[in-house]
Design a protein around this ligand. Structure first.
Ligand SMILES: NC(=O)c1ccc[n+]([C@@H]2O[C@H](COP(=O)([O-])OP(=O)(O)OC[C@H]3O[C@@H](n4cnc5c(N)ncnc54)[C@H](O)[C@@H]3O)[C@@H](O)[C@H]2O)c1
Length: 263
């Protein structure tokens, strides 16, 4: 017999251990707040230890439960240590990425490696270490940040787009490999979000406006608007959701042009 109490628990994360990597800034910071607000005990992990600690303190001061740790996701040992420190992780969010916006013909080997090493290599380190712990405990939800750039590109996005498509491929594969262990693995695909990552675009009014105009909603996202997807994918509401990407893009991928016909 259906009952309201069970449905009310759909998004409840009370007492669940969550690790948010990238929690010092942008979407990761907002995700840490949102998961804590829904009851999770959140470990805020980031390369920037001071900012991660400040986010954890602010969450705690506001009545949530949060700790912090430093992690460098390009270093497998550092990721392993952070994951071990967190214990039995039930929710793992991974956001760190960079973008070097340049035509492919101008991209240096160093720039290529820098983007690949963090976005793809770092994400791989997190998925591997976190996946092991979750598989051992027989449960968990992993959420990796991809992008609309996993699907569509524009000049200057080649290497970044490759990492976002690559991360999605790893998400699908790990979902298949860990399904029998009770672990779900999904991606979130933002459109444009106002964070430090996109500050160079915001500084250029024409570029900023063009990105507003692309999506159906005609504007940028705030970091907190990305967190509903994180809470959903982390929770039992998404118990039958794995190996997929949830786009939170204001309709960016739904509309294919920058022109409204004179109807
Ligand atoms: N902002 C957007 O418009 C947008 C759009 C599409 C997709 N995304 C994706 O969302 C995710 C989050 O983006 P954001 O805008 O919040 O970025 P951000 O730059 O605001 O935050 C990234 C965080 O990662 C941390 N970090 C960097 N290197 C690290 C390392 N080696 N180890 C651990 N932490 C490290 C940084 O200190 C920072 O706190 C990224 O994967 C990005 O590709 C963002």
């Amino acid at each position: 017999m259906p009952n309201l109490a069970d449905y009310r628990k759909l998004f409840d994360l009370t007492g669940k251990t969550a690790v948010v990597i990238g929690a010092a800034s942008g979407i990761g910071e907002a995700s840490a707040w949102a998961l804590a607000a829904h009851g999770a005990n959140v470990m805020c992990a980031d390369l920037n230890a001071d900012l991660a600690a400040a986010v954890a303190k602010a969450i705690t001061d506001d009545g949530g439960t949060a700790t912090s740790t430093q992690v460098d996701i390009t270093d497998a040992k550092s990721v392993e240590a952070a994951v071990q420190a967190a214990g039995e992780i039930e929710i793992l969010v991974c956001t760190p990425s960079i973008n070097v916006r340049k035509p492919l013909l101008d991209m240096t080997e160093e720039e290529f490696s820098r983007v690949i090493d963090l976005n793809l290599g770092g994400t791989f380190n997190v998925m591997k270490a976190g996946g092991r712990v979750m598989a051992e405990s027989g449960k968990g939800s992993m959420i990796v940040f991809s992008s609309v750039r996993s699907q569509v590109v524009e000049p200057g996005q080649g290497v970044y787009a490759a990492t976002k498509a690559g991360a999605l491929a790893m998400v699908k594969t790990l979902a298949a490999e860990l399904a029998s262990s009770g672990v779900r693995v999904n991606a979130v695909g933002p459109g444009v979000v106002e964070t430090p990552l996109t500050a160079p675009i915001k500084a250029n009014p024409e570029w900023y406006q063009a990105y507003s105009d692309i999506s159906a909603l005609g504007r940028w996202s705030t970091p907190s608007e990305q967190t509903g997807a994180v809470v959903y994918l982390a929770s039992d509401a998404a118990s039958f959701v794995t190996g997929t990407i949830l786009f939170v893009d204001g309709g960016w991928l739904a509309v294919d042009g920058r022109f409204t016909p004179p109807l």
